[in-house]
Design a protein around this ligand. Structure first.
Ligand SMILES: [Zn+2]
Length: 219
């Protein structure tokens, strides 16, 4: 690659002002890590029905399986090596008996195992513990990753839903209408009870009014 004079100058001037920016010592390494995102191949392995799944990284499935079996205590190195000499069908049967599963986690590719946090599990379509109630929850059961938080369906508030897609917004509207119906359209009472879980002011006024009107029509 040839670097034009303009690029060179832009580069040097960026460098020149960089140290003057706040938090540069934090910002710089993050940018560097992102630029050099490794091409990782991510997997998850654990026992069906148990919340003991763990992330692994590797290009070769058998190598990853070896690591995963050892990690989960299914024998010593020799025993695991022996198990891995079985043909595909026998191996699958053996793993079935153990209730052990290994799956690709494509949507985690690019992360390193140490970087994987609960919200990554939800974003990848798997389960994690809810950041609010600690309950086990799954993406397919309505759990969401909101920022770096995992929020199960029960813990999802109306403002949370409003950050989501079309269906979430509709659900938010339904829930808000239900609040009013359940409180006989007493706004003060709704606000008071809502405040225990979230700030009612996070609900847009027009939505508030619309749902209130709907609830009044229902009463
Ligand atoms: Zn929860």
């Amino acid at each position: 690659m040839t670097i034009s004079r303009r690029m060179f100058l832009a580069g040097t001037s960026a460098l020149a002002i960089a140290p003057a920016l706040p938090n540069i010592t934090i910002a710089a390494p993050v940018a560097a890590v992102e630029a050099a995102k490794p091409s990782t191949t991510m997997w998850i392995a654990g026992h069906y029905g148990d919340f003991d799944w763990h992330v692994f990284e590797g290009k070769n499935k058998l190598d990853v399986l070896r690591e995963a079996l050892l990690y989960h205590g299914h024998g010593n190195g020799e025993e695991v090596a022996e198990m891995l000499t079985l043909d595909e069908k026998e191996l699958a049967k053996e793993l079935d008996l153990l209730g052990f599963g290994l799956d690709r986690a494509q949507r985690m590719d690019g992360l390193l195992p140490d970087e994987v946090e609960p919200h990554h599990w939800i974003r990848a379509g798997f389960g994690a513990s809810c950041s609010r109630c600690d309950g086990e929850c799954y993406a397919h059961d309505g759990a969401r990753a909101i920022g770096t938080e995992v929020v199960c369906e029960e813990c999802m508030t109306i403002p949370d839903l409003l950050t989501g897609g079309k269906w979430d917004k509709e659900l938010a509207e339904e829930r808000l209408t239900d609040w009013f119906v359940n409180h006989d359209c007493d706004e003060a009472s709704v606000r008071k009870q809502m405040s225990r879980d979230f700030d009612p002011d996070l609900i847009p006024v027009d939505l508030w009014q619309r749902c209130l009107a709907e609830a009044r029509a229902e009463l």
